[in-house]
Design a protein around this ligand. Structure first.
Ligand SMILES: [Zn+2]
Length: 267
């Protein structure tokens, strides 16, 4: 265990806003290409939702981490460019949102490389992290992330703090950042329909507990869901609350991961 402070000076806990840009591909894979009801809902992602979320983040000077489906990068490089101009972090979220859990190491690796290359072509920078499509992954996924030299992965829900992963003990460390279905907007606005004020209240209550314990909240939002008018207020409300507390480190995933590595290195 490290004896270093959990978070940078002056901060009691940390909040990462991660935004999964699935475009229509998540719903196409989930419901099938013939289910126009769902993929048409998700077309809101890049046409409308992402721009509203970008504005909310910009208005509050909050830097987030965008997890891109490779095909979305190809479809709308202008959205990637805007996110980059606004100072957000970039991560990969598979090529076309086909789930990873039953795919081989080599298949996942090629899928991830294609996505990395699409992002690099637009941003000129290497993405820093990985989140699996639909949180569908296996042990090979961790090896792929390490092989690609990515700094972080956000797939495991097992704790409220990061942990350092080395699938190959001789390879570079990967920081595992915790996800939770309770911090995923699907739970509130797709699997159910909740009043956005209640969603924000749920998140604020969780943040209070995590702040008291010195832990980490990683939100997972989708532009076609949280970019809708009412649900966008749930994010705005949580951010305004976190900012008002004055001691929440609202940080990009790569910055939290980098901090965690430095913290472990200094013991
Ligand atoms: Zn997704």
């Amino acid at each position: 265990m490290s004896s270093s402070p959990t978070w940078p000076a002056g901060h009691r806990s940390a909040l990462v806003v991660s935004i999964d840009v699935d475009g229509p591909y998540g719903e196409i894979n989930h419901h099938g290409p013939d289910d126009s009801y769902w993929w048409s809902q998700a077309e809101y992602d890049l046409n409308a939702g992402i721009w509203r979320l970008l504005d909310i983040l910009r208005d509050r000077a909050v830097a987030a981490s965008f997890c891109w489906v490779g095909r979305c990068v190809e479809d709308r490089p202008d959205a990637v460019e805007r996110a980059q101009d606004d100072g957000h972090d970039h991560a990969i979220h598979s090529w076309d949102h086909r789930h990873y859990a039953r795919r081989s190491y080599e298949d996942q690796l090629q899928d991830a490389i294609r996505t990395v290359e699409a992002l690099e072509a637009v941003t000129g920078q290497r993405p820093t992290g990985h989140k699996s499509p639909g949180w569908s992954f296996n042990d090979e996924t961790r090896r792929v992330v390490q092989e690609l030299g990515l700094l972080w992965q956000m797939d495991y829900a097992r704790s409220d703090l990061p942990w350092i992963d080395r699938p190959d003990p001789d390879g570079a460390p990967v920081v595992q950042l915790p996800q939770s279905r309770f911090y995923d907007d699907y739970t509130y606005f797709v699997d159910a329909t909740v009043n956005p004020r209640n969603a924000a209240e749920f998140w604020r209550d969780d943040l209070d507990v995590l702040r008291a314990e010195g832990k980490l909240m990683c939100l997972t939002l989708h532009p076609w869901v949280s970019g809708r008018p009412g649900p966008s207020n749930a994010l705005a409300n949580l951010l305004d609350y976190a900012i008002s507390l004055g001691d929440i480190w609202i940080a990009r995933a790569d910055h939290v991961a980098q901090w965690w590595l430095e913290r472990e290195a200094t013991g």
